[in-house]
Design a protein around this ligand. Structure first.
Ligand SMILES: *[C@@H]1O[C@H](CO)[C@@H](O)[C@H](O)[C@H]1NC(C)=O
Ligand SMILES: *[C@@H]1O[C@H](CO)[C@@H](O)[C@H](O)[C@H]1NC(C)=O
Length: 511
């Protein structure tokens, strides 16, 4: 070959992997053995960021494991036959005069120990006892010892009494006054104004809950064992021999301060991520490092490690800067690995809590943090949930090597209720296909269906139905220009497990 042909070949081969940094510098590419798009990946969900539904047994040994951080309780006074309520949603007295329960009648737990909690009300204030020593109010912004209430439950846990920091139990003497002045024993009868019927209406099983639920020493033991045994080298071998070429690994922000992360998080997940890179290199798999849980939580779900369902990410410059530091740390650590395929800056930010300007500012700074260390790693930017799927297209197009992540589930909204097998498949082939075409533009970012699953709301579907549904998704998502990643690799719910799907012939990736 003549020289210019060689040069042309070199340019053709390397043009997609050489990105110039936004300040004009060009970072030399490392040799990358990781695969190139199209990526066919699987998420390693429930490994380094806890999600209880993926492996519920992790929570088994937590005392009062139904009362973790973020658990939502409603209390009905047995004497008034009315629900306890933070009047106005907070900022004033508690009353017991509501016949039905909704937001103002729901109390979120912040767990201090297995039976002592701060009680957070609708407007995010905490319950306390007023200066008169008896009136119960919800007026405290940051809880301290004066806001620690003990929840004492009866044998079958259907009834509870609430002991105030002054040692007295709360009672609903009348429907519009709740006081902390009941002393004495109870037989849990309907005549005791300190007894409430308790209903649990929600709860989370994320990293915050498991760590704070066990406490530091036990959580360290339980999670290190989980990190060491849940995903092992043979899983990477299985993945690489099944027709997959990458893994997407959800991580939490606390990994950047390993081995001593802020409470309640515990150290050790970084060692597991190091192992993942070692095995990925051995089996020629790409790694997409995915910041799944950002400081303050970018959505209210347990997988963003929210304490109680509140979402505060991106509301201050310091919070965004801290998140950029996490990306900086991770990229610095793994940039020299030939398996570092991509860094995903943030998983599933939820609108409107995460604003578009805050997200764009973060994505720009996060992108530049990645480009400090590598010109070859792709930088994945997730669309905001509950926002237009095109809002980031022009923005992301300005960053070489940017990838737009969209998540496609035939679940979670009522529009999928009652759909038949064929209607679900048509939805993928028509509507999802259209959506993906809309976000895949010639000069736009590459596109990535970073989460999807062969599960739906259809009851009693046959293996063949599942096979057809999975194949439809593989066909359509296979047109994403970066690729796709199944959610997830292992799961006690079989259809959510890529491993199970492959082992049972539902999904076959080998041609
Ligand atoms: C509950 O009691 C408070 C305090 O007396 C009162 O302002 C409010 O109107 C009552 N609400 C209902 C639904 O009875
Ligand atoms: C899917 O697309 C079809 C054809 O464009 C449309 O008629 C239908 O309403 C869409 N379905 C949903 C659930 O959005």
């Amino acid at each position: 070959m003549r020289h210019f042909e060689l040069l042309l070949l070199f340019l053709l081969l390397c043009s997609p992997c050489l990105f110039s940094v936004s300040d004009g510098r060009t970072v030399r590419p490392v040799k990358r053995d990781a695969p190139s798009p199209p990526i066919r990946a699987v998420n390693l969900g429930g490994w380094l960021v806890t999600e209880g539904w993926i492996l519920p047994s992790l929570f088994d040994d937590i005392p009062n494991k139904d009362l973790l951080d973020g658990t939502q309780l409603q209390f009905k006074s047995v004497t008034q036959n009315m629900y306890l309520c933070a009047e106005q949603g907070g900022g004033t007295i508690l009353v017991a005069n509501r016949t039905s329960a909704s937001g103002w009648e729901t109390f979120k737990l912040w767990r201090i120990n297995e039976d002592t909690f701060d009680l957070r009300v609708f407007d995010n204030l905490f319950v306390t006892v007023a200066g008169d020593g008896v009136t119960v109010v919800a007026t405290v912004a940051s809880p301290g010892p004066g806001e620690a209430f003990q929840i004492v439950r009866n044998g079958d846990k259907t009834r509870a009494r609430i002991r105030a920091p002054n040692g007295m139990f709360l009672q609903a003497k009348t429907s519009d006054s709740v006081t902390a002045d009941y002393d004495g024993e109870t037989n849990w009868g309907d005549d005791d104004p300190s007894v409430f019927v308790v209903t649990r209406v929600g709860g989370l099983q994320g990293e915050y809950q498991i760590c704070n639920g066990y406490g530091k020493a036990k959580a360290t033991q339980v999670l290190r064992e989980h990190w060491r045994t849940y995903i092992v080298e043979s899983d990477f071998k299985f993945i690489s021999t099944s027709g997959l070429n990458a893994v997407r690994i959800p991580v939490g922000w606390w990994i950047a301060s390993d081995p001593n992360p802020p409470a309640p998080f515990v150290g050790g997940s970084l060692q597991a991520l190091d192992n993942a890179f070692k095995w990925a290199e051995k089996y020629n798999l790409g790694v997409i490092v995915d910041l799944h849980a950002a400081p303050g939580s970018q959505n209210p779900f347990e997988h963003s490690a929210s304490r109680d369902g509140s979402q505060d990410w991106g509301t201050t410059d310091a919070n965004i800067a801290q998140t950029v530091q996490v990306i900086d740390f991770l990229t610095h650590r793994y940039a020299s690995s030939p398996s570092l395929l991509a860094v995903e800056l943030l998983n599933e930010p939820l609108a409107p809590g995460v604003t578009l300007p805050a997200l764009m500012r973060y994505y720009k700074d996060g992108y530049n943090a990645v480009r400090k260390y590598t010109s070859t790693a792709y930088v994945v930017m997730s669309n905001r949930l509950s926002a237009s799927n095109t809002e980031l297209l022009d923005f992301a197009a300005g960053f070489p090597g940017a990838v737009l992540d969209v998540h496609y589930y035939n679940l979670f909204t009522s529009s999928f209720n009652g759909l038949t097998v064929d209607q679900n498949i048509d939805y993928v082939r028509t509507n999802r296909s259209d959506e993906l075409s809309t976000v895949t533009r010639p000069n736009g970012p590459l596109t990535f269906v970073g989460e999807w699953v062969a599960e739906w709301n259809v009851q009693g579907a046959s293996n063949q139905d599942y096979q057809r549904f999975a194949q439809a998704q593989l066909d359509v998502y296979g047109r994403a220009t970066f690729g796709w990643a199944y959610w997830t690799y292992k799961n006690v719910n079989n259809h959510w497990s890529m491993q199970w799907n492959i082992q049972n012939g539902i999904i076959s990736l080998k041609s």
